[in-house]
Design a protein around this ligand. Structure first.
Ligand code: HEM
Length: 217
């Protein structure tokens, strides 16, 4: 960005570069950290889900030599844990949605949308549509078994050609986090509040202090 100009020899202005760096920091860090925090919250509330994640992760942990790091094959074995993370992102998507531009005139729900109009698509409301998600407010990782949700009904990473390019990296980050936390600790929430506020990522209203209980050796 600093050394490359466009075809007319114009360089990016400092403010534009700052804007892009800020977007990458928010998009690349705050999103995945929000998911990790939501995973901690849901696993504290749902001991039967925690138990299955724990069993899956311990199976992998036991197959490793002391100090041996996780590898790609281990990640592929974390199927249930990833279904849990997906269900977390369905109920608490880090990004609420973003914009698209209408390429043609069309009608939607009785509204006439002209070509060129800016449209906002919402992950949050799409994920709670009972037409596609039975009992949409229920935490149910089995929704992601088999072929999973119908295309474009589950969109925490967006969809189409501008879909999030960080998706696979985020998957690694979240699963490695889950592995290392679950194999060492069980935990409980210190504040039993359930209210989630969006600022703009989903966060428990009063933060998420937890009490950790190390597993017995
Ligand atoms: C759980 C983690 C993440 C979530 C939920 C997420 C979600 C999203 C969403 C919804 C979009 C808009 C997609 C669309 O318009 O269809 C997006 C775009 C983007 N994300 Fe992510 N993201 C995550 C992690 C990351 C990471 C780790 C990086 C980079 C290290 C990243 C980089 C980007 C970039 C550069 C774009 C813009 C793509 C474009 O406009 O062509 N994201 N992300």
């Amino acid at each position: 960005m600093l050394v490359t100009s466009d075809e007319n020899g114009n360089f990016m202005k400092e403010a534009e570069i700052a804007d892009k760096i800020l977007s990458l920091l928010i998009g690349g860090h705050d999103t995945a950290s929000s998911v990790c925090a939501s995973v901690v919250m849901f696993l504290a509330e749902l001991p039967h889900v925690y138990q299955r994640v724990y069993e899956e992760q311990m199976e992998i942990a036991k197959s490793k030599a002391p100090g041996e790091l996780l590898n790609w094959d281990d990640i592929k074995k974390m199927k249930y844990s990833w279904n849990v993370a997906c269900e977390v992102m369905r109920l608490a998507p880090p990004l609420q949605g973003t914009f698209r531009e209408a390429m043609t005139d069309f009608m939607y729900n009785g509204f006439s949308i002209p070509k060129g109009c800016k449209l906002y698509w919402s992950a949050n409301s799409t994920h709670k549509n009972s037409e596609f998600f039975f009992e949409p407010h229920k935490f149910d990782p089995s929704r992601f078994e088999g072929s999973g949700p119908v295309p474009y009904t589950y969109v925490p990473f967006g969809g189409g050609p501008r879909m999030c390019p960080g998706k696979e990296y985020a998957r690694l980050e979240i699963l490695v986090f889950m592995h290392n936390l679950v194999k060492r600790f069980k935990w409980e929430k210190v504040i039993p509040n359930k209210k989630i506020v969006f600022d703009p990522m989903p966060n428990p209203e009063k933060g998420l202090p937890i009490r950790l209980f190390p597993h017995k050796a």
